[in-house]
Structures are given as C-alpha cells and as structure tokens.
Design a protein around this ligand. Structure first.
Ligand code: SF4
Length: 291
C-alpha cells in the first residue's frame, strides 16, 4: 500500500506563522489591514490572505495608508519605514520576528562600537532580500553584503571583519565563507576576524531533518513558492539526496507519472510553506488514481 508522509520538520517558521496569525486576527475583527511587501514568499498563501480581504502594498505606497493598519512582515524593516509611518500618522503592527529584531539590535551595537577606519561589518545575505535590506538600514547601508563564499573578495582584507548572517541563509555556506575570509585575512596581521552565526535555529535544523526524510522515501514532493530563496535552497538540497524529488508550488502541478513504482512518498516544504498546504498535497497524492 502506498505510504504518503508529511515532513514533521516542515511548515511555516515561527516568525512567518506569527505574522500570518496577526493578519488573520485583525481581519476577523473587521479591520482594514494591508501588508508592507509580500508577507510570505508563497503565492498560494498570499492569495488565501487576499481572499480574506488582506491587501499588499509597496513601500512607495506606505505614506498613503491613513485609514488602514499596516502590518510589517517577519523579515523586518529598516528604520526609514518606521519613520515614514510616524511622519504620516500611519498605524502599524510590527510583525518583525523577535529573532530578526534581536539581530537588528546586534548589528546596530556592533556598528556603534566599531572603529570604522580599521573595521568593517559584513552581512552574509541576499542583497534584494527584505531581511537584508532591513539589516542594512540599521547601519545606514554601511556594510558589505556577501551572498556566497565566492564573493569573499568583496571584503577589504586590510580591515578587520565582523561577520553576521541573514537568518535564512545556509549554514554550510556560512561556514565556507568564514573559512575563506579567515584565510584571506591571515595574510594581514592587523586584520582581525570576528563572526556571529545568526542563522535561525529553525533553519539550522532543517537540513539534517531533510536529509533523513529525503532518504527515507522513494519520491519526494517539495512544496514552496518558486520565488522563495529558502525554498530553492532546500529543494536543491533534497534533490541532491534523492533524484526523484519534484518541486511544485501548487497542487495542479502534481504529475501521476512521478509516482510510478513508488512505495513511499514524502511531502516537504520551505519555511514559507504552511502545514495546511503540505497536508493538501498529501491528500491529493493519496487520491491519485495510481496503479
Ligand atoms: S527563519 Fe527564523 S528568524 Fe527568520 S523569520 Fe523565521 S523564525 Fe524568524
């Protein structure tokens, strides 16, 4: 009999779960709630929220939201967003994940205590990711963003380094970057290296859990938005462990042929994929007319 299992380690991360619940709770009270930027990189989840009356606005529209509650997403915002809201008397609900808030604080403190002639702040993150934009905002953009170990050359080896990471980056790549930076700086005796691994604990646990899960099933269906960087990373990792891994963002993308001769199927997803979505995929697979 065909076995279909949903990965117990998958589902929304705590920060995303919290912000989605906040949106739902305000909407259920009949409030007009708008989100500043996409709350979660998941088109299905966003259209579910939009059906409940939620609207998504761009940053340039923030100053026009006088009669709405504006929800800031889990990834956090730079100080300029808070300032713009305050200047225009716009009511906000801060949905920034507490872990990201703490990271923003750490970065501000590190920057404030630095000798900028001799030290530099480095953030391992994706340049366009909202969390990285929020982190850069804490230091007026005065940090070097490195998005992969291959970009270690962007760092000035004549200065000391204080390295942080966006919370959703890959831990193995972070360690690789640490090594590359340390080796570059080793030729410069006056340049010291300090590193704080600020990758979220939930993210760190995902790869070891996914490794067990991907190997335990004949076929893996990985569910996430195609614009989720975390989704892409985890899907590629899953694929490297199980060649019969398929990436879908919607139920309609499931193909019966994937499950030919499969005895067990695993359903997993990114930190931006809800448990409800994963369960729905699992039910749909069970309902397929498989031989
Ligand atoms: S990945 Fe971690 S730090 Fe980032 S939003 Fe989710 S719970 Fe918060």
């Amino acid at each position: 009999m065909l076995k279909v299992e949903v990965d117990q380690g998958a589902g929304f991360c705590f920060g995303v779960d919290q912000v989605i619940r906040t949106a739902e709770s305000q909407l259920s009270k009949g409030k007009t709630v708008v989100g500043l930027g996409e709350m979660v990189h998941n088109a299905n989840e966003m259209s579910r929220l939009h059906e409940l009356g939620f609207r998504t606005i761009k940053h340039r529209e923030l100053d026009q939201q006088k009669s709405s509650l504006v929800l800031f997403r889990a990834h956090g915002e730079p100080p300029s967003s808070y300032q713009l809201a305050a200047d225009n008397n716009i009511e906000i609900i801060d949905g920034t994940c507490p872990i990201v808030l703490k990271l923003q604080q750490k970065i501000r403190r590190a920057y404030a205590s630095m000798d900028h002639e001799k030290e530099q702040l480095v953030i391992f993150g994706k340049r366009e990711h909202p969390e990285t934009i929020g982190l850069l905002g804490q230091v007026n953009g005065d940090a070097i963003v490195v998005s992969s170990p291959e970009e270690s050359h962007l760092v000035d080896a004549d200065k000391s380094v204080h390295l942080f990471s966006q919370t959703t980056m890959d831990i193995d790549l972070f360690r690789e970057l640490e090594q590359k930076l340390q080796s570059r700086l080793s030729d410069h005796p006056t340049s010291a290296f300090r590193s704080q691994c600020t990758i979220c604990g939930q993210m760190k646990k995902r790869k070891p859990g996914l490794k067990r899960f991907a190997k335990a099933h004949d076929v893996v269906v990985f569910v996430s938005g195609k614009n989720s960087s975390n989704g892409k990373l985890l899907y590629e990792y899953c694929l490297s462990l199980n060649v019969r891994t398929h990436w879908i963002s919607d139920l309609s993308e499931l193909e019966e042929q994937w499950f030919k001769d499969a005895g067990s199927i695993g359903v997993s997803g990114a930190t931006s994929t809800s448990r409800t979505q994963l369960e729905a995929v699992s039910i749909q697979i069970k309902n397929l007319d498989l031989p």
